[in-house]
Design a protein around this ligand. Structure first.
Ligand SMILES: NC(=O)C1=CN([C@@H]2O[C@H](COP(=O)(O)OP(=O)(O)OC[C@H]3O[C@@H](n4cnc5c(N)ncnc54)[C@H](OP(=O)(O)O)[C@@H]3O)[C@@H](O)[C@H]2O)C=CC1
Ligand SMILES: O=C(O)CCC(=O)C(=O)O
Ligand SMILES: [Mg+2]
Length: 724
């Protein structure tokens, strides 16, 4: 039996799995494949961190280094402190004896607990599993479906004032960056005023970048954008990635929160100190901490008066609950939030549930230049046309924790002003930086092997697609200048005759890509890790309506495959809806496509005709699913995710029944017949449970039996699937 590991994760895709996996296993076992789960959910990781469950993530970290590793990875929660605390509370309520998360540890025991939990925070799963670079694109059938069934993109006003604000060449990570390539394997020490912050093992050929965000420049920048929003009547919105950039971005968020409500933070300085208010955790945490304090209502009123009167309008994450952009640092995540701004015609929601043009504040120019040009393009040339627009495919450098992705252990909020130095074990100073107390200093790294593999993958994909491939690299950025040298060197190892491979800075690359997209032409964007993340939500959300429909493949450097499902998140909103009314609007197309790729990998590796037939039948089923438009409806009491799985099963069985493999055809002909004959009955059983609240025994750690019962309510369907 060949094995595929299917990650057990969180929220909407985890719910979908309860219904989908029994179907998948019933079909693939006929071709000698078994799909097993591995629990790397936030709750699973929290329990593992306390020694109460197996450390599955570390085990998967070994699988991705094996030649035949084969993992289907669904999106998981990258937890903020707030999500971690909620998850711990739920596990405690279920009887698990685990300690609270000590936010401000005051003794060694608390520091140890915090340390143990810290492995569960932020982007903790993806960097471990992504031992390969990223290949994200829309399958042709998916792209054509979107063109023929366009979702709505709202127009930009002719005189739209919406724009992206970023820091201008002063004080941000982009402006302060220095970069060197390590000439040998060596220890490198980062120190502040001669005191060691950390020491890393640098590899020969590894690119090391040092940089910092000047906090005074950041705060000045925030002030300027707030004033400008007020002057122009724009909604002020802040877009960061506090989950993936778990050290730097919550701090940048906290400064924004403090500056927006500067007078309130100044007036209640002493109370906030007494209550250990941490602005990095946002308003939701602040509200919990002031609860019951004699000044609670006075403080709330002070915040409210800024929201209502003194400031520009602020973007809301939920106006019904009066939650602003500052509710929690992970409520607005840039890869998902900026596409929504563009989709809505440069607008955000305000507190009266109205929409208005926004200044989207994205402090660091490194990637904000992309969003700036994206918005400027739409303001100038109007909204994109889904029915004609070309596609962006991305080859992203991310293997072995490349670039900012792996920077968590080397990011520091400086405890004093002075000099940060980066020095080799031989005493050679590689870089130095003059910083102020509170500045955010960061080292990012990119190893040589992943860069070489990234170039290889680019040449391979460009040859297959025969469209221009643009390396989004900027000669004027220190890091990119080092990478350009390596890319040119490794390109020379390949036959690039006839290929159109170019280098452009971020603004030019965006302009070039978008101009082609408007002409219906396709382009490959070859980017570093952060742009990979941002581009692979932005373009699919515009082109396909959601990044969940992307093919998201990670060809592992060791030879195996990691098949991610889509490029998006775990859709907490979908779970809320499911719990309230039993309707799951999650579209599992990403899982269907990932499964087909994963099966194809095994079929090719083992030369299995039978599995090739099962895979080809799944391809047919996926096409039928698209052409018959069986994606879940967004509304209760219409076919949802469960029904979409039923249709894939029906189409898959039907394709197998018609296949050349007589054994499979004989096996699946009666199954297909049953699934077709009983369609109405199955659908009515699936719909009968909708409109009612669901109890699955937990949000982060549901009860498997209850969740499975809720997601498999059709006895008729279950009987057929169980009979295979
Ligand atoms: N690869 C990974 O592991 C990733 C994990 N995350 C994590 O996911 C969580 C939520 O992230 P967030 O950025 O808020 O994004 P969401 O998961 O909320 O996605 C944004 C929106 O995209 C739409 N969407 C996403 N996937 C699907 C799907 N399969 N079918 C239909 N619609 C879909 C939904 O729109 P609508 O509500 O309109 O239906 C959803 O609300 C966070 O904890 C984050 O860390 C985020 C990105 C990647
Ligand atoms: O790892 C994460 O936190 C998010 C990853 C992500 O958004 C992506 O890969 O697109
Ligand atoms: Mg992303």
């Amino acid at each position: 039996m060949s094995k595929i590991i299917w990650s057990k994760i969180d929220e909407a895709p985890a719910l979908a799995t309860y219904s989908l996996l029994p179907i998948v296993n019933a079909f693939v076992k006929e071709a000698g494949v078994e799909v097993v789960t591995s629990d790397i959910s936030l709750a699973g990781r929290v329990l593992a961190s306390q020694g109460l469950a197996e450390d599955n993530l570390s085990k998967l970290g070994e699988v991705v280094l094996q030649e035949d590793g084969n993992i289907i990875k669904l999106p998981n929660i990258s937890a903020s402190v707030g999500q971690l605390k909620d998850c711990i509370a739920e596990l405690q309520s279920q009887g698990y004896d685990i300690p609270d998360y000590p936010e401000n540890p005051s003794n060694d025991k608390e520091r140890e607990i915090q340390q143990k939990y810290s492995v569960c925070l932020g982007s903790a799963v993806n960097p471990v599993l992504r031992e390969g670079n990223s290949d994200r694109r829309a399958a042709v059938a998916v792209k054509n479906f979107a063109k023929n069934n366009p979702h709505r993109l709202k127009p930009f006003a002719k005189d739209s004032k919406a724009y992206v604000a970023h820091m201008q060449g002063k004080g941000d990570f982009y402006a302060n960056e220095k970069s060197v390539t390590s000439t040998k394997n060596q220890k490198v020490t980062i120190a502040l005023n001669g005191k060691e912050l950390t020491t890393i093992d640098a590899l020969e050929g590894e690119v090391l970048d040092g940089t910092f965000m000047s906090v005074s420049a950041l705060r000045d920048f925030y002030k300027k954008t707030i004033q400008d929003a007020k002057d122009k009547g724009l909604i002020w919105s802040l877009h960061l990635k506090a989950t993936m950039m778990k050290i730097s971005d919550p701090i940048m968020f906290g400064h924004g929160f403090e500056i927006f409500f500067e007078d309130v933070f100044a007036k209640y300085k002493d109370v906030f100190k007494e209550l250990e208010i941490n602005p990095n955790l946002g308003m939701s945490d602040l509200e919990k901490k002031i609860k019951g304090h004699p000044k609670e209502s006075e403080i709330k009123a002070a915040f409210q008066s800024v929201v209502e009167a003194d400031a520009p309008k602020i973007a809301m994450v939920d106006s019904r609950k009066n939650q602003t952009n500052f509710n929690a640092s992970n409520d607005v995540i840039i890869d998902a939030s900026m596409p929504v701004v563009i989709r809505e015609g440069g607008k955000q929601w305000d507190r009266e549930d109205g929409v208005g043009e926004t200044v989207a504040v994205i402090p660091d120019s490194t990637y904000a230049m992309f969003h700036e040009e994206m918005m400027a393009d739409c303001v100038k040339n109007g909204q994109y046309d889904v029915t004609t627009m070309g596609t962006m495919q991305n080859i992203g450098l991310m293997a072995q924790k490349a670039e900012e992705y792996g920077s968590h252990p080397t990011t520091f909020e400086l405890s004093e002003s002075g000099k940060v130095t980066v020095t080799t074990e031989d005493g050679v100073e590689l870089m130095s930086f003059d910083c102020q107390k509170g500045d955010i200093w960061r080292m990012s790294r990119a190893k040589d092997i992943p860069i070489k593999d990234w170039v290889r993958l680019t040449v391979e994909r460009t040859r297959i697609e025969n469209i221009p491939a643009i390396f989004w690299l900027d000669e004027d950025r220190a890091h990119d200048a080092e990478i350009i040298k390596k890319v040119k060197k490794y390109l020379a190892d390949h036959n690039t005759d006839g290929l159109d491979i170019r280098f452009m800075n971020v603004t030019d690359a965006t302009r070039f890509t978008n101009a082609r997209i408007r002409e219906g032409k396709n382009t490959i964007a070859v980017t570093g890790n952060v742009l990979r993340d941002h581009l692979t939500d932005m373009y699919p959300i515009l082109e396909l309506g959601t990044s969940a429909k992307m093919l998201s493949i990670v060809p592992l450097i060791a030879g195996g495959g990691l098949y991610e499902t889509g490029a998006g998140g775990s859709a907490p909103k979908h779970v809320d809806q499911f719990l309230a009314e039993g309707h799951l609007r999650w579209d599992s197309l990403g899982e269907f496509l990932a499964l087909a790729e994963s099966l194809r990998f095994i079929a090719q590796k083992h030369n299995s005709d039978k599995l090739a037939t099962v895979t080809a039948a799944l391809d047919v089923a996926n096409n039928d699913y698209l052409s018959n438009n069986k994606a879940p409806s967004r509304k209760c009491c219409e076919p949802d995710n469960k029904a979409s799985h039923f249709y894939v099963a029906q189409y898959w069985a039907n394709a197998l029944a018609k296949s050349d493999n007589s054994e499979l055809a004989a096996k699946f002909a009666p199954i297909a017949e049953e699934l077709i004959k009983k369609e109405d009955q199955i659908l009515s059983e699936l719909l009968a449970v909708e409109g009612k609240p669901q109890d699955i025994g937990g949000y982060f750690h549901p009860n498997d039996e209850k969740a499975e019962a809720a997601m498999r309510p059709s006895e008729t369907l279950n009987t057929i699937i169980n009979s295979i």
